[in-house]
Design a protein around this ligand. Sequence first.
Ligand code: ADP
Ligand code: MG
Length: 827
Amino acid sequence: KEKEGKTEKPSCSKEACQPAVFVPVDRLAEIQEARLKLPVLAEEHVIMEAVRENPCVVLCGETGSGKTTQVPQFLYEAGYASGSGIIGVTEPRRVAAVSMSHRVATEMNLPTGVVSYQIRYEGNVTDGTKIKFMTDGVLLKEIQKDFLLQRYSVVIIDEAHERSVYTDILIGLLSRIVPLRNKRAMPMKLVIMSATLRVEDFTQNQRLFPAPPPVVKVDARQFPVTVHFNKRTAMEDYTGEAFRKTCKIHRMLPSGGILVFLTGQAEVHSLCRRLRRAFPYKPNRECTEGEDRAQGLRHFTRKQRKKPAALPRIDLDNYSALPVEEGDEGDDEEEEDGDEVSDLDLGDNPDDYDEKSDPSIPLYVLPLYSLLAPEQQAKVFRPAPAGTRLCVVATNVAETSLTIPGVRYVVDCGRVKKRFYDRVTGVSSFKVTWTSQASANQRAGRAGRTEPGHCYRLYSSAVFSDFSLFSEAEITRRPVDDLVLQMKDLNIQKVVNFPFPTPPSSEALAAAEQLLVSLGALEEPPREGRVIDLKRARLSCPITPLGRAMAAFPVSPRYAKMLALGQQQDCMPYVIAVVAAMTVREIFDDLDRPVAKDEDGEKVGQRRARLAQNKRLWAGQGQSLLLGDLMVMLGAVGACEFAGCTPKFCEENGLRYKAMLEIRRLRGQLTNAVNAVCPDVGVFVDGKMPPPTPTQVQCLRQVVLSGLGDHLARRVQSEELLDPKWRNGYKTPLLDEPVFIHPSSALFKTLPEFVVYQEVTETTKMYMRGVCAVEADWIPKILPQYCHFSAPQENPGPRYSPDSGRIRCHCESTFFRVGWKLPSVEM
Ligand code: ADP
Ligand code: MG
C-alpha cells in the first residue's frame, strides 16, 4: 500500500479523526451476495485505513467496481455518520445522484430518509439523513451558506475524472476547507473518486495539496473487449448506422445485452422507436406478426441460408465482425455502395454459427439519459423479461455514471454533445463533436463487465486516432465570467490565487473580471487615467450587492444584470421573456437557405413572405420599433403563447417549435429564480403576455443597454465618411472594421445613431444580430463606467436647482477609447 502521501496534520489528533463506533447494517442476503462480487469490497480495509490516516484520499477504480454504491456504506459502517456529521456524495449528473441514492437505500435496508438525494429543484432529505447524494452545484451553493460545511463529516467527490467545472471548483475549495476544519478540531475527510487513473491534476498539484494525497487503486476484473471499427465513418446519419448495426448484432450474435451510445435525448428516442418497430416486444402476449416484423423475418430467412458467423475471429481492427446484409429497413442504397461490403466475407464459417442467434427474439429496448424519470432509469438495472434481449440506448450517462448489468455488445457513435460558449455573447449552446480516446475506451469497457465482449465503433480507426487523448477539463474551454462571479459570491477575492486543479488562462480570468467590473457586479478598482487598471488591482475586486443578486440567476452575467435591473415599471415579465429568447438561439426558421429538392418552392416562398410580414407586425411602430430585433422576439413569444405554442402555429409562422418550447421552459425557470432572489417582486409566468406599453418598452431598452454596454455601436457620421465601405456602417469600440445592421433586422431602415447588439457574425459583411436602439443621453447615466467625464462646469441658466437647492453643474462626457462625444450630464 502506498504511504508516500501521508498528509496527517499535527493538529488533527488521530483519536479525533477516528470514529469510535462500528454501525452494523442489516442487508438482505441476495444484496450481500451481489456486493461480495464487487472489486471494491476486497479493498474495503485498505480504503478505510487510508481514510482514517489521511484527510484526503484519491480512489481510482474502473466503472462498475462499486465505488459509488459501496464507499458511502463503508464510511457509514465505520461510524462517520454516527455523530452529528453526515456523509455527502457529489455527482456531476442529476441522474446519478437520484439513482445512486435509491440503490444505496435499497442495499442498506434502512428506514426511508436515511439515504437521500438533493438536486436543484427537488430532493428527499430529512433531519435523519445520514448519507446524502447531491449534484456538485448543490454542494457549491451550500458552501456559500456555510463555508466550513459543518454538517458533513466526509465529502465524497464522485466522477472526478469528468472534470466538470463545479467538481474542479469543489476540489479546490475542499482542499482549503478540510485543513481548516481539522485545525478547529472538527475533523473532516475528503474522498475523491475517479474512474480513470489519470489523477495527477489532483495529486501532483502543489498548490492544491502541498502533500500529495495517497491514491488507492481498485483492480476490477475486466474481460477482453474486441474493438471493431467501421471501414467508413458514419457522418451525418450515425443514428441510422447505429440502427443497422444493432439490428445486425441482434440477428446474428449470441445472447448478451446491447448498449448503444448516442448523444442526446431526441436521438435516443428516435432509435428506440425504430428498434421497437423492428423487433417488437409485447409484454404478456405472443408477438403479433405485424408488417415490420414480417419484414424482419424475411431478412432472417435469407440470412439463415447464408449461415452467418456468430462472433467470428477478427484479425484486422479495421473490419467489422458483423456481416453486412442487404435491405436493413429502408436504407438499402446506402448499404450497397461503399467498401464495407468486404465485411461480407468475414466469418462464413458454419462452425461459428450460433443456434441461439434467433431474430424472432424480441428486443427489450430501454432509453437512458439524464432527464429520464427515475422509475424509467431504474428499469435498466432489472433483468430483461425472459425470452428477450436487453438493448439500452443511452447518452454518455452510461459511460461512467451508471453501470448496466449484462452488457456484452457496445455500439458507439463516437460523438458527444457538449456545451460550447460563444465568446461574443457568453451564451451557451450544445453541439455534437467527436469524443476523446479515453471516453471511447470507457464506452468499449462497458461490454466486458461479465464476460468477453465486443465494441462496434461507427467510425474508422483513422478517425479514432485523430481524437484527442483525453477530454479537456471543462474550465479551460469556456469563458469564466459566471464562475468568477460565483467565486466572488463565496468571498474568494483573488481568483487568480485559487487552487484550481487546472487553472483557466490568466487572460480569461482578466477578461471576466473586467466584464464584471463594467457590469457593476464587482467594485471598481482605482482608475489609472481613463482605463481601469486591472493589473494593479491584481484581479481582486470585491463583489457588490448587485453582484450578489446577479450571482443567483442561472444565466451569464450580462443577462443576469438585465434580470437584476428589470423590476421597474412592471417590466420583469418582459425582461424575463427577452432574456429567455436571447439565450435560445435561432428562434426563426432559417428560410434564407436555398430551397431543397424535395420541397415545394412555392410553399417555402409563401412561408418566407409570411415570416417577413410577421416580423414587421411584431416589431410594431414608434417606441416598440426602437426595441428592434428584441421587440420582434418578444412579439413572436407573445403571439406563439397566445396561440398555445403548437407545432402548427410555429410552422405556419416561421418559428422553430423546439426553440419556442425551450423559451417557455426557461421563462418558468427564470421566473422562479427572480421570485427567489426578490420575493417582494412576485412575478408570474404570464404565458399570454399583453404587449408592453411604450413606457415599458423604453424601460426595457434601458435594461438591455445596462447588460450589453460593451456591445455599443454608433452609426458613422457623414463627416467621417471618407471611405465608402463605411456607408451605413457602425463603429464599435473594439473592432476596426465597420459593422452593419442586417437587412432582415427590424431596424435596417431606421439606422438609429446608437445601438447595442447581441452578437456580430461575419457573412458577406460583419452583421450585428439582436439589435436594439438606445438614446445617447442614457449612455453616460447607465454606463458611467465606460465614460470619461470632464471637470464639473457650471450650467448656464438658472443657478439653483429647485429640488435640491444645490448649484447645478454638468460634466462633458465621452465614451471610452473611441471618445464619442455624449450629451453632458448634470451633477
Ligand atoms: P462505480 O461507481 O465503481 O462505477 P457502482 O457502485 O455504480 O460502481 O456500481 C456497482 C454495481 O452495482 C454495478 O455492477 C451496477 O450494475 C450495480 N448497480 C448499481 N445501481 C444498481 C441498481 N439500481 N440496481 C441494481 N444494480 C445496481
Ligand atoms: Mg460511480
